[in-house]
Ligand binder design. Sequence first.
Ligand SMILES: Cc1cc2nc3c(=O)[nH]c(=O)nc-3n(C[C@H](O)[C@H](O)[C@H](O)COP(=O)(O)OP(=O)(O)OC[C@H]3O[C@@H](n4cnc5c(N)ncnc54)[C@H](O)[C@@H]3O)c2cc1C
Ligand SMILES: NC(=O)c1ccc[n+]([C@@H]2O[C@H](COP(=O)([O-])OP(=O)(O)OC[C@H]3O[C@@H](n4cnc5c(N)ncnc54)[C@H](O)[C@@H]3O)[C@@H](O)[C@H]2O)c1
Length: 465
Amino acid sequence: MSTTYDVIVLGAGSTGTNVAWYARDNGLSVAVVERELVGGECSYWACIPSKALLGPTHALAAARRLPGAAEAVTGDVDTDAVLRRRDGFISHLHDDGQVQWLDGIDATLVRGQARLTGEREVTVTSADGARQRLLARRAVVVATGSRATTPPVDGLDEIRPWDNRDVTTAKDIPDRLLVLGGGVAGCEMAQAYRRLGAREVTVVERSDRLVGGFEPWASELLADAFRTEGITVRTGRSVVHASRDGVDGPVTIALDDGTQLVGEELLVAAGRAANTDDLGLEAVGLEPGGPLRVDDQLRVTAVDGGWLYAAGDVNGRALLTHQGKYQARLVGDIVAGKDRSAWADHTAVPQVMFTDPELAAVGRTEQQARDAGVDVKTVTYEIGSVAGGALLGDEVRGRAQLVIDQQQRVVVGATFVGPNVGEMLHAATIAVVGKVPIDTLWHAVPAFPTVSEVWLRLLEADRGL
Ligand SMILES: Cc1cc2nc3c(=O)[nH]c(=O)nc-3n(C[C@H](O)[C@H](O)[C@H](O)COP(=O)(O)OP(=O)(O)OC[C@H]3O[C@@H](n4cnc5c(N)ncnc54)[C@H](O)[C@@H]3O)c2cc1C
Ligand SMILES: NC(=O)c1ccc[n+]([C@@H]2O[C@H](COP(=O)([O-])OP(=O)(O)OC[C@H]3O[C@@H](n4cnc5c(N)ncnc54)[C@H](O)[C@@H]3O)[C@@H](O)[C@H]2O)c1
């Protein structure tokens, strides 16, 4: 027995559910296959719980920076209340709400492990072993996401390290947390745990700075902030060995300079692996394991016939929820025959790291612009020096930078570091995506006294004022 749909979507994460929505909006019939929870990583084990853990601690820090409010902060963060609120945000790991939503758009949910078994053909194996064959009239869209990678460190496999799922759903805060990987996930969770009561947090990063995707000066500001609040940062160091004392005892890691570090838990946040290893890729002539390479129509390039698409983390273009959803909107239209092309996911990707200070960036860094042959000029301004920044309280640290293409006179990249600067990023995204001329930006007057006034200071700096 087989059932035929216009589109079959593999994976009901933020990407897959959006593909379904847009394809349905185009009048196509859609089946979505999911082996775990509808909503995927972002809803339960990534974006949402991590931000729920960070938010209350940042509110407290913001109040402490503000004389008048600071005096009223007499207690510490209520960690149990934060964890309870986090549990609410992840719906206690139940997906009824999102299942209802899928039902509401009239997409068919099929529970189980999906595998490609031929051209336009998917076989789903449910938890009880039953098999169901699905056929696609138009397209199969792979949106199976990614999982945490485990780097090849001696002993790591035997000590049950934490991954993003453990760290975002933990019921207790360990006294000492070790973090392998100073990327976005590692840094957000290092600060969350420190602020939620961990006495010692140490981040080990093998490259020479934290969050290598951001501007080097942004990494420095973050590392300074971490040190100030007692988070130890060990850059330029690799973990070479890991062991655990008994079943539940502390973890010891050895670094390549001979240092030994001990913690109750070790979080591994060393990047992601595409979920393509058990997807039946062999059946359509593809190698399992790596990301599925796609063209700008999100079609898998190594498969003929234009019926296989991949969107979201699984294609490796930009591992962010909003970028997966951007691709999903495009795929939902493309499979309906509309002429669409993805480009912003490699030229104008906005990203916010929700630490305190926040790091927010879009488009190219200065180095990336130079490497791309752009005639670069950068302008910077301290956020604490605009009235809106100073009003946020004492010791507000932060900086804004524009990367300007001097020939075209447009902004090709922007970075903001400071409290809540993520909310300023969309203005920069619009400037980069719209290639708004600098001369026009002069007429986009920021309200006084907002932190956005830093835009005016940056334009003045460009003019030499
Ligand atoms: C700690 C952490 C914090 C993050 N915070 C942010 C953030 O603040 N903002 C942001 O933009 N991004 C953030 N991200 C990245 C974000 O989580 C991902 O980019 C996003 O979840 C990708 O969505 P997706 O739908 O492509 O994949 P996923 O969310 O991984 O969904 C894929 C789905 O496919 C299912 N699946 C896989 N294989 C099969 C199969 N064979 N059959 C059936 N089902 C299958 C999975 O069960 C899953 O539900 C964070 C990531 C981490 C690790
Ligand atoms: N706020 C957000 O938007 C947000 C938050 C968390 C994660 N994410 C996304 O999730 C993805 C995964 O995040 P991530 O932080 O795991 O990956 P990442 O690629 O951002 O960072 C991994 C870090 O681990 C380091 N590393 C790798 N192996 C190592 C080793 N053996 N020893 C020491 N350091 C090692 C790398 O040098 C890198 O700095 C990212 O692509 C990111 O975009 C986004």
